[in-house]
Design a protein. Structure first.
Length: 274
């Protein structure tokens, strides 16, 4: 059975290619169900480490975090420091006015070198470019929920990667022009936020109609949502956020289930997606 990170992604000319699926660490900083309980241990730490361990056991080798995610970096480090460093990729974000200090502090919290650093502020890129040239980091990227902003940065900055946190999933493909530019510039695109409430709970008429089409091919709507972004050749990776081992195992199981190619050619599906 193929591991989620090793399932083949479409060929592109991207210079830097993160694994196809990754664990988004936004929930790893959340407190556990009983933080600081009577035994004195942090159940938030336990849950987060168990979630990362479950992702690793499921084959995921890309882990994204941020100083803005509470204890996420420290907890991710606790889980990954026991793993062979050459087996996985870690990304984080710049927070604050000093990009170099932000990267240094993130590495200290993780107890690990950071591979990929995302920034939002144009002023951070010259510093990150120097860190990339010096070998402190392997790659630099831009992150936003606005595809137009990322499109500008891909055009103006020598990026390795972009992280788009919205606007490219089954029910919203407005970021396609950005992805087309990424292909032209050899920039990898990482997409998150594909398991939206509309997809998970079928809150819209369009979602319910898409689900009905998918079911004819033995595919659930969340399964299709996880598979859809990588159909664009710019998208090298999809991040999956999870707050428990059970959640990441369930998502990894969806990733492993093949989506028939004929689903994507179904006339009704194409009409709904357009």
């Amino acid at each position: 059975m193929a591991a989620p990170s090793q399932v083949l992604a479409p060929r592109t000319t991207a210079r830097f290619r993160p694994p196809r699926f990754g664990l988004g660490g936004s929930h790893l900083g959340d407190p556990g169900p009983d933080p600081g309980d009577e035994t004195g241990h942090d159940t938030g730490d336990e849950t987060a480490v168990a979630t990362v361990d479950a992702a690793y056991q499921a084959g995921i080798r890309f882990f994204d975090t941020s100083p803005a995610y509470g204890d996420s970096e420290r907890r991710l480090g606790l889980a990954l420091q026991r793993r062979p460093r050459g087996e996985f990729l870690v990304s984080t974000k710049v927070v604050g006015a000093d990009p170099e200090e932000s990267v240094r502090a993130s590495s200290e919290r993780l107890g690990l070198a950071v591979d990929l650093v995302f920034a939002q502020d144009d002023a951070a890129y010259p510093v990150l470019d120097r860190l990339r040239r010096d070998g402190v980091i392997k790659a630099l990227g831009a992150v936003s929920d606005d595809w137009r902003e990322l499109d500008r940065q891909v055009r103006d900055v020598e990026l390795d990667c972009v992280l788009l946190t919205a606007q490219y999933e089954l029910l919203d493909q407005s970021a396609r022009p950005l992805l087309d530019r990424c292909v032209a510039r050899g920039v990898s695109a990482v997409v998150s936020g594909v398991l939206t409430p509309q997809v998970l709970h079928m809150e819209t008429i369009q979602a319910r109609r898409l689900s009905a089409v998918c079911e004819r091919y033995g595919v659930s709507l969340p399964q299709a949502a996880l598979a859809f972004p990588s159909r664009h050749s710019a998208v090298t990776s999809v991040l999956i956020a999870a707050s428990s081992p059970a959640e990441i195992r369930a998502d990894a199981a969806l990733v492993r289930q093949p989506v028939p190619e004929r689903l994507w050619k179904d006339p009704e599906l194409l009409r709904l997606l357009s």
